[in-house]
Each structure stands twice: as structure tokens, then as C-alpha cells.
Design a protein around this ligand. Sequence first.
Ligand code: ADP
Ligand code: MG
Length: 249
Amino acid sequence: NFDKYEDIPVEVAPSMEKIGVRSIETFQDDLGLAGPIMDNINRAGYKKPTPVQKFALPILVANFDIMACAQTGSGKTAAFLFPMISVILKAPPAPPAGNGRSSYPRGLILAPTRELVQQIFDEARKFCYKTGLRCAVAYGGGENIRDQLREVERGADIIAAAPGRLVDFMERGKVKLCDVMFLCLDEADRMLDMGFEPQIRRIVEDSDMPGNDMRQTLLFSATFPREVQRLAQDFLRRDFATLTVGRVG
Ligand code: ADP
Ligand code: MG
């Protein structure tokens, strides 16, 4: 029941009017999400966007970077997955996502734990149904590395990954970040707490290669400490939007 979120204050800076996008009351209205993803949203039974989705979706579809703060359970996953899938589907046809040896993902999501990565992967697969996009997952701490590698070698358009395992796959030449157009750091505060900053910096730098000035970068976090603000300053384009739902922290 998301009605409990209705009264939560939302702040967007610069204002939505300045950014030039309108907020939306329904998913369909004025959002321009690609068709197949609308079918999947309807199939999932999502009737109304949550506050973070209501504001993040139009900002992201309008190609802005974002630093978004909202509490756990407020629907942040869909807030980055829907625009990610839509933007990828609407982009000019890309070279194949793989060549039988490695993946060239266009969407990349980093999250701190295997459980979170797995959840994001499950949601990504659900919302990619019938879009033709392939998803893969990368996290450590299990016997699953062979399965993960096989999927990555087949070529994935979207990869959900824990930073350490992704760097491992990059070093093996299994994942190439030169085509990443949509990079999301989910639970950024927790990733920093867990000491993943060096891996995150390496991943962002690798997806920042010459010729890839298209990249849209998203930072999602439940809290907004100084270290997260520093990542935003370092990684996001200068005109990025900040979205705060409820009280920070
Ligand atoms: P967060 O990442 O902010 O903690 P999640 O993205 O995991 O939250 O979402 C929490 C739950 O709410 C998930 O089960 C998700 O499927 C569901 N959910 C998200 N957005 C909507 C929506 N607009 N309508 C109905 N359910 C939703
Ligand atoms: Mg989440």
C-alpha cells in the first residue's frame, strides 16, 4: 500500500520546470516509456508510480543524471529500471551485446550485496520480458561463477553486479564497459560503508572511455552523507538533478 507515501514531502532541485519535465500521475501519462515495458508494468500490476518513481522517471527519460534519496521500500528499483530499459530500447540499434566471449552491456547497475543484486536482476528480467534485452548477474560468494560467466559470455544488455565480482569479470575480459549508456549506483551509501569505493571508481572510469560521452549516471541512496555527495560531484554531469523524498537519513 503506497498511499502511506502520499503525504511525504518531495524536493527536486533544480525544479522540475527548470529541468523542463513534468511530473506524472500515472505511468502512461506523458512519460514516453517504450511500449513493451508498459505491457510489463501493467502485467506486474503497478497502477500508480510511487513518489520517487513519479519524479525520477521523467527526469531520467529527459536524459538528466540524478542523485535520489528515498527510504527503503519506496520503489527505487523501478525508478531506475523503467527508464533504463526504455532509454536502451529507444536508443539507436547498438552492436550486439556480446560476441560469444564477453558482454558489452548498455545498462549497468551496481549494488552492495548478493541479495540486492539478485533482487535487481529478477526485477530487470521481469520488466525486460519480450523486449529482446538480455540480463545477467554478477556477484561473489557462491558456487555460481560458472553459470554467471556462461550468461555473460552469451552477451547481456543489462548487468546487475556487486562491484568486486564485476571488476573480476572485467579483468577476465568478460565484461567490457565501453557501451554503457545507463549506469546506476544503487544503495550508494552502503556500498561506500562496505569499502567498495575503489572498485566503484574503477568501474565508472572504465565506462567513461573516450567516445562514450552519452553515459547517464544515477546515484540512489537511502541517506545522503558527505561521502555520497562527493561521489555525486565526481561522477554525475554538472547539471544533475537531486531528488529527495521524505526526510534525508
Ligand atoms: P526500495 O529499493 O526503494 O527499497 P523496491 O524497489 O525494492 O524498494 O520496492 C519495494 C516493493 O514495492 C517491491 O516489491 C516492488 O515490486 C514494489 N513496487 C515498487 N513500485 C511499485 C508500484 N508503483 N506499484 C506497486 N508496487 C510497487
Ligand atoms: Mg532498493
